[in-house]
Design a protein around this ligand. Structure first.
Ligand code: ATR
Length: 299
């Protein structure tokens, strides 16, 4: 990339000038992030003079980095690991969604104010809606109990799932997650890790969501796949160049699946709208993401 230009998703260079609006992502690491490819392609498609830049920010530099957003006239940033929780007290206000999740994944600089949002839960719901998956009255099995699982449980409760079971390798983490949604206790419970191989438990699920990192390096998640009912939907938050074993095994049984790029695109699309006030070009973002995944796999 030459000085003063940005490579867009389409591969064409456009000039960066004093008028160009700057957004980006803060995290550590950020080199692996696919958001720059997705968002820069979206700005290009929407003919917006904006650029998305990854900023590696160490933990001990977070406060100064966040304060500098205002000073540098940056319009907003995504926030990723390890800053999603730590950034909350550094902001002027935080949306009710982000407060509920205790995590911010998008900051919008509104004049002098830094406003925190979280688009993960709504992004997940949007990805299910796009795949025409109905959730009201349904029973869901959530695997994992980290930050991603918390966003998914919140999304499923909002979408009026009748029953949600949280299963995690470390049971105490699952209990802590469920405890955080006290008002929903009648619909939410934990199950032991070995419930994943219990046919009657698995057969009761209408939706199974993998919120663990299992699959990132091609590992399989041990689960009684064959015991699921024919209309059970499998959603994975893990994504890569090729299908994860979780998605592949479900597909071999003829089950409907949603891979991890679904939530990634939709949470990014919501951030795009927060920064620009426009609807995001979803197809462009999807294509840019696929291309970036191929490039990454080739490296
Ligand atoms: P995220 O923010 O993406 O949710 P996280 O908070 O680190 O990341 O959570 C990772 C989740 O993956 C946890 O539920 C973790 O289980 P533990 O609570 O037992 O650590 C789960 N996980 C990671 N590696 C796993 C593995 N090999 N088998 C099963 N679960 C695993």
């Amino acid at each position: 990339m030459s000085l003063g230009t940005a490579l867009t998703g389409a591969g064409k260079a456009r000039p960066i000038t004093g008028h160009t609006g700057v957004v980006g992502i803060i995290g550590d690491p950020v080199e692996h992030s696919l958001s720059p490819a997705m968002q820069n392609a979206a700005f290009q498609a929407a003919r917006l003079d904006m650029v998305y830049v990854p900023f590696r920010v160490r933990r001990d530099e977070l406060r100064r980095a966040v304060e500098s957003l205002r000073a540098l006239g940056i319009l907003g940033v995504n926030v990723t690991v390890p800053h999603k929780q730590a950034v909350l007290p550094l902001l002027d206000s935080v949306s009710s969604e982000a407060k509920k999740l205790g995590a911010v994944n998008t900051i919008v600089v509104e004049g002098r104010k830094l406003v925190g949002h979280n688009t993960d839960a709504r992004g997940f719901r949007a990805s299910l809606k796009a795949a025409r998956v109905r959730l009201d009255g349904k029973r869901a099995l959530v695997i994992g109990a980290g930050g991603a699982a918390r966003a998914i449980v919140s999304a499923l409760l909002e979408a009026r799932c009748a029953r949600i079971w949280v299963v995690n390798r470390t049971p105490a983490n699952a209990r802590r997650l469920v405890h955080g949604f006290r008002s929903a206790r009648s619909r939410l419970d934990t199950l032991p890790w070995n419930a994943l191989e219990d046919a009657s438990t698995v057969a009761a699920a209408d939706l199974i969501v993998n919120c663990t990192s299992v699959g990132l390096h091609g590992e399989a998640l041990e689960l009684s796949y064959g015991a699921t009912h024919a209309r059970c939907v499998f959603a994975d938050l893990v994504y890569g160049r090729t299908r994860t074993p979780f998605v592949a095994r479900a597909q071999r049984l003829g089950r409907r699946t949603i891979d991890g790029t679904g939530m990634l695109i939709h949470q990014g699309a919501l951030a795009f709208s927060l920064w620009t006030g426009r609807r995001a070009p979803l197809d462009t973002m999807r294509k840019a993401l696929q291309a970036a995944l191929i490039r990454k796999a080739g490296r």
